[in-house]
Design a protein around this ligand. Structure first.
Ligand code: DUC
Ligand code: ZN
Ligand code: ZN
Length: 486
């Protein structure tokens, strides 16, 4: 099929200009000056984008679909979450495959195998229902010589990124020695290490103290995960990046001090990059103090208005490279069903922790919200430029994670993942407008100006206004190559 999107204004990471986009099959074949002869060709499917602006499909580097947690599961799976992403203008998502637990007895007799293969198989199976393109990072949650030896197999599977944790003691965390050694192996194989930065030891000390003192409300989730722990852990990761020369990417930056540390390290040539997520730009611990505070529970937690401002500054000045979502929704009240695609569904959620903040499933919805909310409250509010918006939400993640220029670009040869925006559309946003499969929205009642109108995935229109034209199985697994250090 050949499609011409004509008369639109293209916004890329570096420029804003008028051009027509010719799509042949799944790729962009040409960018044409408006009103060129091609538009007269017979059999051409013409989409008129007069008065509209056009961006590359969003690339969300950080999502969790169908993730088991605290006896329940995050409420968007690899179909519903993808559909929601598409309505919000995102056409590529990256999830995290788990490192499967060690086999006992060990198959080799020399120690455990890595669990990478089994983790990947589990996640690839879940993702068979994918509706947009996707890839995986691998959580690295146990590490020894036999695990290290299998890291190159990930690169062969198209997984060029490892995520490590400096918190969640006894579950997900590696000690600093393990992280340091993993960084060396990653460097050797051209991989990027992503880091969840908090101070696990401090958190594990504060939580039982808070509970013993009777502090069980959501606010204490934030109070027991202090900001300085995130700050020092970010510096710790930067120190190890410097020492090993291995690139590091700090996920979900939440504290202003993390932006300071990132800037400090980058000014000294350390290969460290960072991501923040919209909730850390708009919300604070005050939201956790509300009666419905559990809606904002995720880890790391919401901080303060000063942190919001410092993170915006980091984005505007270019020291933070991406905005992902960490999409990991739960119902606020999972005892009451909602309707999704005509069927009732209820999934246990935040109510599990009504008497104890440590039992509230951690995570927030956001995969659909990211682009429209950032357009209105980032670009239109003058905090970042339209080109920065595209860089932060599409082009930079594609580059860092080895997908550019197939993704994150409107260029000949790139996948035709394209979003046509109605820049004038006014939306009173909220749960009624969202396709995220949960019963609440963090931006309930927010006024948006500008919203994705048509979304193309590899040349196929999958969203047309309110109409869903995509389907389960449309999404492809993306094998990633080595990314760039920005
Ligand atoms: N934080 C959350 O709140 N949920 C999922 C994973 C994470 O890092
Ligand atoms: Zn994390
Ligand atoms: Zn996460």
């Amino acid at each position: 099929m050949t499609t011409l999107i004509k008369n639109g204004t293209l916004i890329t990471a570096s420029d804003t200009f008028q051009a027509d986009i010719l799509i042949e099959g799944e790729q962009i074949s040409q960018l044409l000056t408006p009103n060129s002869e091609v538009s007269q060709l017979p059999g051409l499917d013409v989409v008129d984008a007069t008065g509209k602006f056009i961006t590359p499909g969003g690339v969300d580097p950080h999502c969790h679909f169908d993730l088991p947690m605290f006896g329940t599961v995050s409420s968007d799976d690899h179909y519903t979450g993808h559909k929601a992403a598409a309505f919000g203008g995102t056409t590529t998502v990256m999830d995290f495959a788990p490192q499967a637990p060690a086999l006992t007895p060990s198959p080799t007799g020399r120690g455990g195998e890595s669990g990478f293969q089994r983790g990947m198989e589990e996640w690839l199976k879940k993702a068979q229902k994918a509706a947009i393109d996707y890839s995986f990072h691998m959580n690295l949650t146990r590490f020894d010589d036999s695990v290290a030896a299998e890291i190159p197999t990930l690169v062969e599977m198209g997984v060029t990124t490892l995520k490590v944790f400096t918190a969640y003691n006894g579950r997900l965390r590696l000690d600093d020695g393990g992280i340091f050694r993993a960084l060396r192996v990653a460097k050797e194989h051209g991989m990027l290490v992503m880091a969840h930065c908090e101070n696990g030891d401090v958190i594990e000390t504060l939580i039982p103290e808070a509970l013993a003192a009777g502090h069980t409300s959501p606010e204490w989730h934030a109070r027991t995960r202090p900001s300085w722990g995130a700050v020092e852990s970010t510096l710790r990761m930067a120190a190890m990046a410097q020492e090993t020369k291995a690139p590091v990417y700090i996920v979900h930056m939440n504290a202003g001090g993390e932006a300071d540390m990132l800037e400090y390290a980058r000014e000294r040539g350390v290969p460290v990059m960072g991501e923040t997520c919209p909730p850390y730009l708009f919300f604070s611990i005050e939201h956790l103090q509300r009666p419905d505070g559990a809606k904002w529970i995720c880890s790391p937690p919401m901080r303060s208005a000063a942190d919001n401002s410092r993170l915006w500054e980091g984005l505007a000045e270019g020291s933070i490279q991406t905005i992902g979502t960490d999409h990991c929704p739960f119902f606020f009240d999972g005892t009451k069903p909602i309707r999704y695609e005509g069927k009732e569904i209820a999934i246990p959620g935040k109510e599990l922790g009504k008497d104890d903040f440590t039992k509230i499933p951690n995570g927030l919805p956001g995969v659909q919200d990211r682009l429209p909310v950032l357009w209105t409250y980032g670009v239109r509010a003058g905090r970042i430029s339209a080109n920065q918006f595209v860089a932060l939400t599409s082009t930079n993640p594609a580059k860092i994670f080895g997908l550019y220029p197939r993704k994150g670009a409107i260029l000949p040869g790139a996948d035709a993942d394209i979003v046509i925006w109605d820049g004038e559309k006014r939306v009173k946003y909220g749960v009624a407008h969202s396709h995220q499969r949960t019963d609440y929205n963090l931006y309930e009642g927010w006024e948006l100006v500008g919203y994705p109108e048509k979304v193309f995935l590899r040349g196929k229109m999958i969203v047309d206004g309110e109409k869903w034209l995509g389907k389960s199985g449309d999404g492809q697994f993306l094998k990633r190559k080595q990314g760039e250090i920005l």
